[in-house]
Design a protein around this ligand. Sequence first.
Ligand SMILES: [Ca+2]
Ligand SMILES: [Ca+2]
Length: 323
Amino acid sequence: MRFLTNASFTALSVGGLLAGLGLLPSSGRDLHASDEGWVPLLDTDGDGLDDALEVRLGTAVDLADTDGDGYTDTEEMVLGADPLVAQDTIAAAAPALYVDAYALGNELYVQTFLLSRSYVIGLASFWVLHDRTMTVPSGQLRRYQVETGLAPAPNTPQWRLRSVTYRLPRSAFESAGESSLAYRAITDDMLVTDQIPFTMVDGILVQLRPMSLYTGDNNVGIGSLVTGGSAHLNQGGGGGEPGGGTGGLFPLEPGEGSIGENRPDQVCYQVLVPIANLGGGRVLYQVVDASCESMAGAICFATCSATVGDQYVLLDVVGLLGG
Ligand SMILES: [Ca+2]
Ligand SMILES: [Ca+2]
């Protein structure tokens, strides 16, 4: 098991880093409606996923189990299943970590979910910046924590599905350009990891999710986000195959009212393939296919602007962590 001990990474506190970028965390909970009409931290159906994130994922904000198969939306995302397609059974639960984010106004809300059966050790978070080669280790993010809880997991009753939500200044991630926020934990004798690689597309902060980060059934779940109405994955060659290397650029805004160009009644996708390993966990991806298709009710926004030939650097923190 390899850990992030590469000497080229410099530990730095989040506070110091944000202060260095001219940013300080806002204080107190921000529960008023945003300009976009979404309320931060509001989880109408109580399934653990905040409303704004559900809109982004395409799941119902008022149904804990969107596809009615008995598994909550959160449970399915963590287990790598498809929250939009009813399944009779989902593979037996295994320890898993799922991290996602949504942006509202000036804030970036990061939701983390950890499914485990017994002890949890070594819970750590990392933020790696492309141009600074810095890592923000472990509990430093705790001062940005705004909510913790247990999400319902009716089909994994003997397990605990813990959730932690952080609120971070969006501008810090926009300033960083390419960066990656990663989480790691050891539970039930397993190392579990997940990460959100961020990048900018035409001045819009998006997350890059390459298929190679996922294995097995996880590809199905991520691919289904397509039909939810934003970005599109699982297209073309490597889609659905572990390590296939394709992926997509997901917007962080929840939907209507997002910045950038909206295209109603369309879904859009990109196929990204890795073209070079730049070392130090950096992988260069190129968009080899991108298009939009008609789909009533869907909204394709910022990510539509990614075009064939565009290149993005992914910081694969999980790879560095040995996950
Ligand atoms: Ca919810
Ligand atoms: Ca379900």
